[in-house]
Design a protein around this ligand. Structure first.
Ligand code: SF4
Length: 102
């Protein structure tokens, strides 16, 4: 039992050093969706819902944002994975695939 404990204690500094490597821990985060992404363009994605082209997207209302969209995977987060794009989107964003979270 003591040997196992000592073994784990010896690994802790290594685990910390491993976690601090940039590309290792951050690779778990999905990349952020940009407005220039071809699919984002096709669906009218904007990082700021106040900039939605209302002439083009007549069904858009001011209440619609990523934060209250069904596809925003972490309600309450500042940004989260959107399962339409498989990328991170900001809570204040919007696209034409918006669907009300119930
Ligand atoms: S599908 Fe929803 S969460 Fe994803 S970008 Fe569009 S409005 Fe935002």
């Amino acid at each position: 039992m003591t040997n196992r404990r000592q073994f784990v204690l010896r690994l802790l500094p290594l685990a910390g050093a491993f976690a601090l490597q940039p590309g290792i821990v951050r690779s778990a985060d999905p990349p952020e969706l940009s407005e220039g992404d071809p699919l984002a363009k096709a669906l009218g994605f904007v990082v700021d819902a106040n900039k939605v082209d209302q002439a083009k997207y007549a069904t858009y209302t001011k209440e619609q944002t990523c934060a209250n969209c069904l596809h925003f995977k972490t309600p309450g987060a500042v940004k989260a994975l959107c399962d339409i794009f498989s990328k991170s989107v900001p809570k204040g964003g919007w696209c034409s695939a918006w669907a009300k979270r119930v």
